[in-house]
Design a protein. Structure first.
Length: 459
């Protein structure tokens, strides 16, 4: 063991969310017994995958849904012994403009098709087609990573997966919809509702993240981990065999043949350790880690969007007088100041119903009083959930310096559980190739069209 530790890599993952957990897992797969993997986490394991208890029930506060085509998330769920629970809507969905529901969908897919076509016309098919194309093109990254192709920048990863991805990352969703000939009505209602619900932002997000958001509702199906998605990073870390250290990382500085990580443990004792490679698995915007002057980490940091998840046990008043509220309420682009981005009835609890509300700011007492006829209990999760997306925007690099890597760079393109897994696999490959002093194959040399047809069938 000592022989291995002297000559082979020791890697440190800073952050115990799904990115750090899956990175530890992938590193263990690549190195086997040739690396000592240490994960630092000062808070609860899980990161933004956390849970809230209210009214005698438990709910995920972030990352509540996973797509059926998310290969890594599904593989991890099965690998660590968790079960998949399909999500099927009940109680309908309403698209709300602040005064009325411009569209109400039921549990009948057949009826919904006619309602959607009746309001928006056949232009909706173009949106669905583009979302399907994105899901299909994204599968190439699994083939590339399976062949151990790695990328030092997010731009290179997107471009090698599909050149259209980089182009879309450079345009706003509004601009992209116009280029595709999709009507303003579709954009301001159906598309805007998806942006509000998934990212708490509007049509000014980049078009890549815009279609990632749309794909969840238009293509395939949705699922979650039975018992809560928050279990995933816990189980993945257990499976990785990594050493977990409860501590606050204070600084990362260059050292001879690697880096020095200084941290403070739960007892307040300071420590310093040397690592051959360091992986940052926490958003830099929210990090108070200091870096030595020769590490230019600040240029990889991006501003994040504040998101407030308010859980309420009570009784919601009718948003439209005389109408019953649908179970899921999504907001469309509107001149009316709507205090929330989305609202969902989570079902009967004790003593009344549980609701989850997404908003950009905490709901005031007067807003709560106007929205609810009865409030028994309130739980609030206020956090910086996703990057503030804009276009054009400079996409950061995975490699901050040789041997120092940043998983969350991938979030600047799109933030999702699967994107974190893709980013962490890429960083694991970068670490492995750096420490083994080997080069991965070129993306142009593998995963040709004939290979992709067979690979997609296998997926």
């Amino acid at each position: 063991k000592q022989w291995y530790q002297r000559r082979v890599a020791i890697t440190a993952g800073i952050g115990g969310g799904v990115g750090g957990a899956s990175n530890a897992f992938f590193l263990n797969q690549l190195f086997q017994d040739e690396a000592n993997i240490k994960v630092f986490e000062r808070n609860e394991i899980g990161g933004r995958l956390s849970q809230v208890e209210i009214g005698g029930e438990s709910y995920d506060s972030g990352a509540t849904i996973i797509h059926s085509e998310n290969f890594y998330a599904k593989a991890f769920t099965e690998n660590v012994g968790l079960e998949v629970e399909d999500l099927t809507g009940s109680g309908g969905t309403g698209f709300y403009d602040g005064s009325k529901f411009v569209l109400r969908l039921t549990d009948s897919k057949f009826k919904n098709k006619f309602k959607i076509l009746g309001r928006y016309g056949f232009g909706v098919k173009n949106v669905v087609s583009e979302a399907e194309k994105m899901i299909n093109n994204l599968k190439r990254i699994y083939c590339l990573q399976g062949k151990q192709v790695s990328f030092k920048t997010v731009t290179d990863l997107l471009n090698s997966t599909s050149p259209d991805f980089v182009k879309r990352a450079g345009r706003t969703m509004r601009e992209e919809l116009k280029l595709l000939g999709i009507s303003d009505l579709i954009g301001d209602e159906l598309v805007a509702a998806a942006m509000h619900s998934n990212y708490n932002q509007d049509l000014e997000v980049n078009a890549f993240v815009g279609f990632v958001s749309l794909a969840g509702g238009l293509v395939g199906s949705l699922w979650r981990v039975r018992g809560g998605n928050f279990q995933l990073p816990h189980r993945i870390l257990e499976k990785s065999g990594a050493e977990i250290t409860r501590a606050k990382v204070e600084s990362v500085s260059t050292a001879e043949h690697g880096y020095t990580v200084t941290y403070t443990d739960t007892a307040g004792t300071a420590h310093s350790e040397h690592f051959d490679s360091v992986v940052l698995a926490t958003p830099l915007h929210n990090s108070d880690i200091t870096f030595s002057d020769d590490i230019l980490a600040a240029q990889h940091s991006k501003p994040f969007q504040r998101t407030v998840a308010t859980f309420v046990n009570g009784v919601l008043a009718p948003l439209v007088p005389g109408e019953t509220n649908p179970s899921d309420i999504m907001t469309v682009a509107s001149k009316t100041n709507i205090p929330f981005s989305s609202l969902s009835n989570k079902g009967k609890a004790e003593p009344d119903y549980n609701y989850k509300i997404f908003s950009k700011e905490p709901l005031s007492a007067s807003q709560m009083e106007e929205m609810f006829t009865k409030v028994n209990e309130v739980k609030v999760v206020d956090w910086m959930a996703y990057p503030k997306y804009k276009a054009p925007d400079d996409l950061p690099s995975f490699e901050i310096a040789p041997g120092l890597y940043y998983i969350n760079a991938i979030e600047s393109a799109a933030s999702a559980v699967e994107m974190s897994c893709i980013g962490s696999k890429n960083v694991a490959l970068l670490v492995y190739q750096y420490l083994k002093k080997v080069e991965g194959p070129s993306a142009d040399a593998v995963c040709k069209s004939s290979d992709m047809k067979r690979f997609k069938e296998e997926l």
